[in-house]
Design a protein around this ligand. Structure first.
Ligand code: PLP
Length: 364
C-alpha cells in the first residue's frame, strides 16, 4: 500500500509482546487481564489482541468492543470494565460468554432479576477512594450474599481501581496505600479472586497484585512510570508517530510564525515545517517548546499547531536538516508522556487520539 502523505504511526508488534512478558514477570503469581479498550489505546484492537494473546483475559469498555474481538475469533475471557449499560445486553453477554463488572445496585438487580442459564463471571467493583464507580466497601457483604443466594450461578471476583498509583508525590503514595489497606480489609475474609492493580500498581505496588493484575498503558510502553530502569530497560514504546519536513524557511528577528502570530523570532531563525497537525491527533494545545525529534535531536515546536502542519525551530540543529528528513513526534526515543506534558494532558489521550487518516504501519 502506497501512502503519499508522510504522517504515519508505526506499531512495533514485538514490543507489545515483550511488554506483556515484562508485566507477567513483575507479577508471576497473578493472571494478567490486558486492558485493550478504546481500540487498544489507539493502536488497533485486533492487532493488539493478536500480540497480547498470551494474556489470561482482555478488558474492554463495552459489548461493541468485546464483540469485535469475538467476531475475530478471540476465545479469551473478556471483561466489560463498566459492566452493562442496559439489561438488554444480558442475552449478548450469555451468547458471547463475557465477564462483567457490577458496580451499582441497578446492575445487580438486572443480574438477579433475569434468568442466566450459564455460569457467569461477575466482578464486584468496590470503591476504595476513586469515587467514580463501585459499591461502598460496607455494601460488599450484602452484594456477595445476594449473588451467592441467586438461582443464577455466578463466579464471583472482587475488584477496585486506583486513583493515583502513578503519582509519585508523597500524597499520591499515601492515597494509594490507603486504597490498598481499604481493599485488603474489605476483602480479606473472602476467598474469591481479587484484582486491584492497573499498570502503576503492577509496577510500583507488588502488594496490590492479588490474583489478577489489569495493566493497560504499560503494555503500550507508556504511562510515565519512573521506577529506576522501568521504562528504559523493560518497556518499549509501541507507537512511533512520524512525519517529514516539507519546508524550511529562514525568518528574521521580529517576524512571527503561524496562526495568531503567537511566536516571534528574537534572533534570525531557521523554521522547519512538518506535515502533522491536530487533524492527525497531534495535540493543538502543544506549547512552544514541545520537543520534536529531528536527526536525533530534540528541537522545540514554535507557534500554533495547525490542522496539517507544525513548525519547529531548527536554528540550533547540530546536523543540518533537509526537506524529507524524518521528524518523530513521539516514540521510543521521545516518550509520548513527555510530549503530553507540554499540552497539559497524558500519553493515554495522545495515543487514543491519533486519527483515522494516519496510516498505521505494523513493524513485525
Ligand atoms: C478498571 C480498570 N482497570 C485497569 C485499567 C488500566 O489502567 P492503566 O492503563 O493505567 O494500566 C483501566 C483503565 O482505565 C480501568 O478502567
Amino acid at each position: 500500500m502506497m501512502y503519499y502523505r508522510p504522517a504515519k504511526a508505526y506499531i512495533n508488534l514485538p514490543a507489545l509482546k515483550s511488554n506483556l512478558q515484562y508485566a507477567q514477570k513483575l507479577a508471576p503469581n497473578s493472571k494478567v487481564l490486558a486492558v485493550i479498550k478504546a481500540n487498544g489505546y489507539g493502536h488497533g484492537i485486533e492487532r493488539v489482541a493478536n500480540q497480547l494473546s498470551g494474556a489470561d483475559a482482555f478488558g474492554v469498555a463495552s459489548i461493541d468492543e468485546a464483540m469485535l474481538l469475538r467476531q475475530k475469533g478471540f476465545l479469551h475471557r473478556i471483561l466489560l470494565l463498566e459492566g452493562l449499560f442496559s439489561a438488554a445486553e444480558i442475552p449478548v453477554i450469555i451468547q458471547n460468554r463475557l465477564d462483567i463488572v457490577v458496580h451499582s445496585e441497578y446492575q445487580l438487580d438486572w443480574l438477579l432479576n433475569n434468568a442466566i442459564p450459564m455460569q457467569t463471571n461477575v466482578w464486584i467493583k468496590i470503591d476504595t477512594g476513586m469515587h467514580r464507580l463501585g459499591f461502598d466497601v460496607q455494601q460488599l457483604a450484602s452484594v456477595i450474599a445476594k449473588l451467592e443466594r441467586s438461582d443464577n450461578e455466578f463466579s464471583i471476583h472482587v475488584m477496585s481501581h486506583f486513583a493515583s498509583a502513578d503519582e509519585e508525590s508523597t500524597q499520591g503514595q499515601k492515597f494509594t496505600q490507603a486504597q490498598m489497606e481499604k481493599f485488603h480489609s474489605a476483602t480479606q475474609t473472602y476467598q474469591y479472586p481479587k484484582s486491584l492493580a492497573n499498570s502503576a500498581g503492577l509496577v510500583l505496588y507488588p502488594d496490590s497484585h492479588y490474583e489478577w493484575v489489569r495493566p493497560g498503558i504499560c503494555l503500550y510502553g507508556a504511562g510515565g512510570l519512573t521506577k529506576p530502569n522501568y521504562r528504559e530497560e523493560s518497556l518499549k514504546a509501541v507507537m512511533q508517530l512520524e512525519s517529514e519536513i516539507i519546508a524550511i524557511k529562514t525568518i528574521q528577528v521580529g517576524e512571527s510564525v503561524g496562526y495568531g502570530n503567537t511566536w516571534t523570532a528574537t534572533r534570525k531563525s531557521l523554521i522547519g515545517v512538518i506535515a502533522i497537525g491536530y487533524g492527525d491527533g497531534y495535540p493543538r494545545h502543544a506549547k512552544t517548546g514541545t520537543p520534536v525529534l529531528i536527526n536525533g535531536q530534540k528541537l522545540p515546536l514554535v507557534g500554533r499547531v495547525s490542522m496539517d502542519m507544525i513548525t519547529v525551530d531548527l536554528t540550533d540543529i547540530e546536523s543540518p536538516a533537509s526537506i524529507g528528513d524524518k521528524a518523530i513526534l513521539w516514540g521510543d526515543s521521545l516518550p509520548v508522556d513527555e510530549v503530553a506534558e507540554f499540552s497539559g494532558t497524558i500519553g493515554y489521550e495522545l495515543l487514543c487520539g491519533v486519527t483515522k487518516r494516519v496510516p498505521m504501519i505494523e513493524i513485525q
